[in-house]
Design a protein around this ligand. Structure first.
Ligand SMILES: Cc1ncc(COP(=O)(O)O)c(C=O)c1O
Length: 471
């Protein structure tokens, strides 16, 4: 596990004091000199720590006065409540709506607040493209051949090493390379389920999961989800005891769209519960590396003793979505997953696997992560403040602790599909709430992508807020 540098530890302690309410919005935090004496660390260490906290949007420096906790206009009342979905499984019918909404994603003339794509400027474009040319030269023939299932060994070695930072000990043989995280999810669903089966999902959840569930003729059962801590385990237990749940499909770290993250002890409880009932957990950890804290959270797979968890992830959010490189750690389903991957497309493209392996082994990934984590944390904080400022009174926002999307609840009478139509006329797109639910709930909700924050985006948020005010 990556050990923290001294300044990260100092920043961590201060942010903990802020989160726990010891320092409240507007409070002055100890001066640099005071903290350097108190903690017996150097002045430059405290300065570094305060810079990090500034980047994360937690504190601000007031000239001649000192450092203060940001006086956020967001208080408890502006925080979204736990969702309360229907307790019955349902067939899903969402594809048409999603396709209609996401046609706008391909329109370069729109300001894009819709798709959850990373900020391309923050991806290591030069480094990864250099790695690609280097492996192309180095592996002249291997590069143009198949890299049959389970995929490139060098890459699986790197993924196994990185799994340690998520609390999980696996070997390269436990891993199967896929073409992105979405392929990993599809393989898992296809191996485990047959038409008519019920899948438990978070509520709200990523619309591509719902599309997959629809395509495979499955039913979705939405589980109430806390906007910070993830699914409610008591309700899940009740749901399992009263429904024939075939599998759970959860984004345990930084759910899309909520940003929720299950604390590690609850992940453990989840895995123990599912092991007891022998229900597989398909776990999506695509945002796990973009934790705003200093150490990424564990994955539920780390607590899996029986092989019931199928961990799915990719480098689409942190390195290169276009390279289409992901993986699955399928536990006891390895043989079936390998067979299905092989039948589906024989292998994932070789040059991309080699290039990502090269980039990971030559270092720089952790440094890159540190940079994007603090920028995304700051963007989320600035966007949240703008939403509270410009949207109608009563609007609430999620409090993500990782990732780069923001979930917004508007007053009940505002229909996000109506708002979406009007926004398109102003050349702005976003993701309306109903696509995140099997029953098209969340009509007064929407999701923004905060991967990029600049004056244009701020103006777009202001325009949508004003449109919402007039609905
Ligand atoms: C939660 C989640 N899972 C999976 C994906 C798709 O990942 P990939 O592009 O690696 O297939 C996304 C993309 O937005 C996502 O948000």
């Amino acid at each position: 596990m990556k050990s923290l540098t001294l300044y990260e530890k100092v920043a961590h302690e201060i942010s903990h004091l802020i989160e726990s309410g010891t320092f409240r919005p507007g409070d002055r935090i100890p001066s640099v000199r005071k903290l350097n004496k108190q903690l017996k660390v150097s002045i430059s260490t405290v300065m570094e720590a305060y810079r990090l906290l500034e980047d994360q949007g937690l504190i601000e420096c007031r000239p001649q006065s000192g450092y203060y906790v940001i006086s956020s206009p967001m208080d408890k009342q502006s925080e979204i409540a736990v969702s309360q979905p229907s307790t019955k499984p349902t067939r899903v019918s969402i594809n048409d709506l999603v396709m209609m909404v996401f046609k706008a994603n391909r329109n370069p003339n729109l300001i894009q607040l819709g798709a959850a794509i990373p900020n391309p400027e923050l991806l290591p474009a030069d480094k990864i493209n250099r790695a690609l040319s280097s492996v192309t030269r180095h592996y002249r023939l291997r590069n143009i051949g198949y890299e049959f299932v389970p995929g490139c060994m060098e890459l699986r070695v790197q993924i196994a090493r990185r799994a340690l930072t998520a609390g999980c000990t696996v070997t390269p043989d436990d891993i199967v390379i896929t073409s992105g995280c979405q392929e990993a999810i599809m393989l898992a669903l296809k191996v485990i389920c047959k038409p008519g089966d019920t899948i438990a999902v978070e509520s709200p959840t990523y619309y591509n999961f719902l599309q997959a569930i629809e395509m495979l003729g499955l039913k979705a059962l939405e589980i109430p989800t806390h906007p910070r801590d993830g699914i409610n385990l008591d309700t899940l237990r009740y749901a399992i005891e009263h429904n024939p749940i075939k599998a759970c499909l959860f984004i345990t770290n930084f759910n899309n769209p909520l940003g929720s993250c299950m604390p590690d002890d609850r992940k453990k409880e989840l895995v123990e519960m599912l092991s007891k009932y022998d229900i597989p957990l398909i776990e999506d950890d695509i945002y796990g590396d973009i934790a705003y804290s200093y150490q990424r959270p564990k994955i539920a797979k780390a607590f899996d003793k029986k092989g019931i968890a199928l961990l799915c992830s990719s480098f689409s959010k942190t390195i290169a979505p276009g390279y289409r490189v992901g993986w699955i750690i399928p536990g006891r389903y390895k043989q079936e997953i390998e067979r299905l991957k092989s039948i589906t497309n024989l292998s994932t493209a070789t040059p991309m696997q080699l290039a990502i392996a090269d980039f990971l082994s030559n270092g720089g990934y952790d440094h890159h992560l540190r940079k994007i984590r603090s920028i995304y944390a700051r963007n989320i904080s600035l966007m949240s403040e703008a939403v509270i400022k410009y949207f109608p009174e009563g609007t609430k926002v999620s409090r993500p602790s990782g990732g780069h999307v923001l979930w917004i609840e508007m007053p009940e009478d505002i229909d996000s599909l109506d708002l979406y139509e009007k926004s398109l006329k102003k050349k702005i797109s976003f993701a309306p709430g109903p696509i995140f639910s099997s029953r098209r709930r969340y009509r007064n909700f929407l999701r923004f992508n905060a991967a990029t924050w600049n004056e244009d985006i701020k103006t777009a948020v202001k325009i949508i807020g004003a449109l919402a005010d007039r609905l």
